[in-house]
Design a binder for this molecule. Structure first.
Ligand code: ZN
Ligand code: ZN
Length: 382
């Protein structure tokens, strides 16, 4: 043990910190400071927090926001290490919180602590995003449509959900304009009004990847701000023309569609071979039937690659070449579709088949409307 005296108070000390004893050092050292009043501004509608001039999205509880705000306002001395802060909050009124703050730290080898108090005043202001939403602000409209037909209800729901998912993701990343102003359901599809143009474009990109949609954008000049032209962008987002369950004629072949995206694939009904083609090469293809048109028929006999099917209305046996997807041996029911007097044997029923069950009728009636209305519908592209 060294025999030292503190030059400030003169008392003996084991060792000196910054040239003085422990007590004298701690008297001159400020471990932590906080203003008497700390202010925070939150949006009562969405909980966003104002930081300086900017709003930040927030999903935390108010008390957590206040704790965070206190930690920001708290200034810890430069030599403090291993700092531990505990905050005890009480409130008498929804706008005023009192905080007891205890700071523990290591300063130059000395464990020390300090207790502080502050008052937090919470003001509530509608944030930029919420005031824009309530004002009907939008930069872009995504029109959910389908190529050459009306999209069915399920398809529209899936696409609107995908847009919502993308908007939500962008909002969480801090895009303050990533919100949906309104959703309009129209006879020809659904229009989704979106606060941020870049979020709208991202949503269209995702729809292209996931559902094989195509999209085009067209700007409309809506005004000027600070000398710059302001545009609103309309995205025409189109689902592929054919959906699983459709039977199409492409170059004389009848194809049952099983997947539709950037590529379209399915089954060649005459041979039972697989079909796969780039979707934009199917411009001349036409839909000739779908699974709604399937009927039962009796498979009379199978001999090598020749089969006989009893025609369900004339009851005459019809001889066909055996397609690869037919596995029956004869004397059983199979599913067929008759198109322009030609019989096509359909593959066995599959779980994921479209147009079977509840969605089918709805879609069939929408198709009739599409045919009746022709291509003269506003916003409808053939
Ligand atoms: Zn001293
Ligand atoms: Zn808000």
């Amino acid at each position: 043990m060294k025999n030292l005296a503190c030059p400030v108070c003169g008392r003996p000390a084991d060792n000196l910190v910054d040239g003085r004893c422990r007590d004298c050092f701690l008297k001159t050292f400020t471990l932590a400071r906080i203003p008497h009043i700390v202010r925070t501004i939150i949006c009562p509608l969405c909980g966003a927090v104002k930081k300086g001039a900017r709003w930040e999205g927030n999903t935390a509880e108010l008390e957590d926001v206040i704790q965070e705000r206190i930690k920001e306002a708290l200034k810890i001395g430069p030599d403090a290490g291993d700092v531990q802060v505990s905050i005890d909050l009480t409130n008498s009124d929804p706008s005023i919180y009192h905080a007891g703050i205890k700071v523990d730290a290591n300063v130059k080898g000395i464990r020390t602590n300090v207790a502080l108090k502050t008052e937090i005043r919470v003001s509530r202001e509608t944030c930029d995003t919420c005031s824009r939403i309530s004002g009907g602000y939008y930069e872009a409209v995504v029109q959910v449509r389908a190529e050459g037909r009306f999209p069915d209800e399920e398809e529209q729901v899936q696409l609107v959900e995908l847009i919502e998912e993308m908007i939500e993701r962008q909002y969480r990343k801090g895009y303050r304009l990533a919100f949906i102003t309104k959703v309009d359901e129209l006879p020809e599809g659904t229009d989704v009004y979106i606060g941020s143009n870049s979020s709208a474009r991202q949503a269209c990109k995702l729809a292209a990847e996931r559902f094989g949609c195509s999209y085009s954008e067209s700007p409309t000049l809506v005004g000027k701000k600070d000398g710059k032209d302001i545009y609103r962008i309309t995205y025409s987002l189109r689902l592929p023309r054919f959906v699983p369950g459709d039977i199409i004629n492409t170059g004389g072949d009848a194809v049952l569609i099983r997947h539709s995206g950037k590529r379209t694939s399915g089954l060649l009904l005459r041979s039972g071979l697989e079909f796969s083609e780039n979707t934009n090469r199917l411009k001349d293809a036409v839909k000739i039937a779908d699974m709604e048109d399937a009927v039962d028929a009796v498979l009379v006999s199978v001999e090598d690659d020749i089969v006989q099917v009893m025609h369900p209305t004339t009851f005459r046996p019809v001889t066909l070449k055996k397609p690869a997807h037919l596995s029956g041996r004869g004397s059983e029911d199979i599913r067929i579709v008759i198109i322009s007097d030609e019989i096509f044997i359909l593959p066995p029923y599959q779980e994921n088949e479209r147009n079977e069950g509840t969605g089918g009728t709805e879609r069939a009636s929408r198709n009739c409307q599409a045919e009746a209305a022709g291509t003269g519908m506003p916003g409808y592209e053939a």
